[in-house]
Ligand binder design. Structure first.
Ligand SMILES: [Zn+2]
Length: 213
């Protein structure tokens, strides 16, 4: 069995036939919005992993719409619907505003992110927006999921991007020190990246690292 097949098997076992987050503390919680657990289809080759915190209620509709699509079409549709497209847009704008812009490089980066990214979440269960827990599904199976991507005889993506400080800190706590960190690319948590003086260095470093992959 190839490392990709082992990885797919691991993901499908954990979502228990496609719908449930197996063994999760939220499995029988009546506040759950549904029994679905969010799994974004993976690209054929995984070069990059993006870890974000959790799916919001706004993501339910695209997630359901995508269900009728084949895996590759669905992947692109979900990337365009949330998080990944805004990430690319922020990277492009940040690079332009900070003298890092090289159209060819940024286009290449966009191809890499759109075509070779496995996007996963700390919390994979859909919950009402007032529940801010991000660790439950992470404690349940994220570490093993990442180990299967990064450790030993495995897929070995070239880099992992943490979106938001919670993702970054969780990865650090669990031994993933070499992480590319970006703020959330959208939503009420962040100011526009290029306005954030404190984060400029970190974002610029991240972009330069992605250019080298
Ligand atoms: Zn869960």
């Amino acid at each position: 069995m190839s490392s990709y097949e082992r990885f797919d098997r691991f993901c499908s076992v954990n979502r228990d036939g496609g719908e449930k987050c197996r063994g999760c503390a939220y499995l029988n919680d009546n506040r759950r919005l549904s029994f679905e657990v969010i799994i974004i289809p993976r690209p054929e080759n995984i070069s990059l992993v993006v870890l974000s915190e959790y799916p919001t209620e706004m993501f339910i509709e695209p997630y359901r719409t995508g269900k009728d699509m084949g895996p590759q079409e669905r992947l692109v549709y979900l990337f365009e619907s949330a998080m990944i497209r805004p990430l690319i847009n922020e990277l492009r704008t940040f690079a332009k505003k900070n003298g890092l812009y090289d159209e060819e490089k940024v286009d290449r980066l966009e191809q890499l992110v759109m075509g070779e990214t496995y996007w996963t979440h700390m919390r994979k269960c859909f919950l009402p927006s007032e529940i801010k827990d991000i660790k439950t599904c992470a404690d349940r199976w994220l570490l093993e999921e990442l180990d299967r991507l990064f450790d030993g005889d495995c897929i070995r993506p070239k880099a992992i991007i943490a979106l938001g400080i919670n993702a970054r800190d969780w990865l650090k706590e669990h031994g993933y020190d070499d992480v590319i960190y970006f703020p959330m690319p959208a939503g009420r948590w962040t100011r526009k990246w290029w306005d954030d003086e404190k984060k400029k260095g970190v974002i610029g470093d991240g972009i330069n690292r992605l250019h080298k992959l």
